[in-house]
Design a protein around this ligand. Structure first.
Ligand code: BG6
Ligand code: MG
Length: 214
């Protein structure tokens, strides 16, 4: 029985893909490292430093740890400049109607994201007081596909993992949810992931009955 719905943030509640992509592209251009949208897909759900390592696979020289830290901070500065322009209008279609309906059924709601910018994004979109629990990249040592962030969110809600449903747009996130013993609904990029318990193009295509019957 579903007692909690745990949502990934980027790509599920809000779309920050384009901003991440543009910020990484700017950094890669400055460093002369080839980067494209295809590589950007591989960064979905992956932590900032692990994302940088994926980008550096195509670099022609080695970078020191200090250089990597500076590059990740530079990308984050570009990204946060773009987040500053974000408003509640950035919440994806169907999200608020579905979440309000889930809450009305007495089911708990949490966000679990690899992003260390989670508190800032929730503030920008006006949802900083909305969720019953938040677990994010600031709280964890292992990013998705490790289940740590989802298990922490469930613990903060006081709900057992097998009573939790995760909504994810990243394949790494589907893997993490299942590894944590939770059910998984794949949306967006993860709508084609046949490991998920159910899939949908986005949350506007999902009813509260569909969700809680999983
Ligand atoms: C995830 C995104 O939510 O957060 C990834 O899907 C991103 O693309 C990761 O790399 C880390 O984000 P941040 O905001 O901590 O750099
Ligand atoms: Mg995501």
């Amino acid at each position: 029985m579903i007692q909690a719905v745990i949502l990934d943030l980027d790509g599920v509640v809000v779309s920050t893909d384009e901003q991440h992509y543009q910020a990484w592209q700017r950094l890669a251009d400055e460093e002369g490292i080839p980067f494209d949208r295809e590589t950007n897909h591989r960064l979905r759900g992956v932590s900032r430093m692990a994302s940088l390592e994926i980008i550096l696979e195509r670099a022609t020289r080695d970078y020191s740890d200090d250089e990597k830290a500076e590059m990740a901070a530079r990308k984050n500065g570009y990204y946060r400049q773009m987040l500053a322009a974000m408003s509640p209008e950035a919440i994806l279609p169907g999200v608020m109607d579905l979440l309000d309906a889930v809450r009305a059924c007495g089911v708990a709601l949490a966000v679990a994201s690899s992003s260390r910018n989670t508190p800032y994004i929730l503030e920008r979109i006006g949802l900083d007081d909305y969720f019953d629990a938040v677990a994010d990249g600031n709280d964890i040592t292992h990013s998705k596909p490790d289940p740590e962030v989802f298990l922490l969110a469930a613990e903060r809600l006081g709900v057992a993992p097998d009573n939790c449903l995760v909504v994810e747009d990243a394949r790494a996130g589907i893997e993490a949810a299942l590894a944590g013993g939770m059910k998984a609904l794949g949306v967006g990029d993860a709508a084609g992931d046949d490991r998920a318990d159910a899939t949908a193009p986005d949350l506007s295509a999902v009813t509260v009955d569909d969700l809680l019957a999983m």
